[in-house]
Design a protein. Sequence first.
Length: 200
Amino acid sequence: MTHLRQALTLLALALGGCGTPMQRVDPDQDDALGGTGIDSADLRATADKMARSILAMDRVFARGTPYVVVQSPENRTRFQIDDSIFVQKIITYLTQNAAGRVQFIDREHWEIIQKERQLKRSGAVSVPVDASGQPNLAAAPLGTDYFLTGVLQAISKSTGRAASDYVQATFRLVDAETGAIVWQDDFDWKKVGASGVIYR
């Protein structure tokens, strides 16, 4: 009987070590882990609304195709998240749906771009040519028309066992010459659930 108990104990430990089986879930739906923080559905809904709102604002396109520098939103919530994921998703949605009406400038890799320009002009690397076959080194680094900025804010409550979080994601386009806000929109949500879920 002792050996049988030992065998059953080992089997139980082995099965317990397997953990929860992996399954694919819809990123637009809440998952079974719960929690009241920022989830994939919140991210995707926010980015989708911001992209649609920008494209519907005629003032943004009054001077032709706008060049935009997108900055990571400031995260003022209690959740530790990679806020740059909002930037990437908004750019993706705008790129997919704008049909070239918006152009983005990459300032994240500015040092690499500058170094490559110097290598071309020094003759250390090959240089692209224009339609006539002549070296094309006349282009200057692009300046921006607008900065797309954002902020994530929250009102949070907790009793120790339960938590409530109201989160608002606000984005705006700022004129790079005048500082005027030419567009602003937000997306918000509120969740109530158990405390203790860790966000990474």
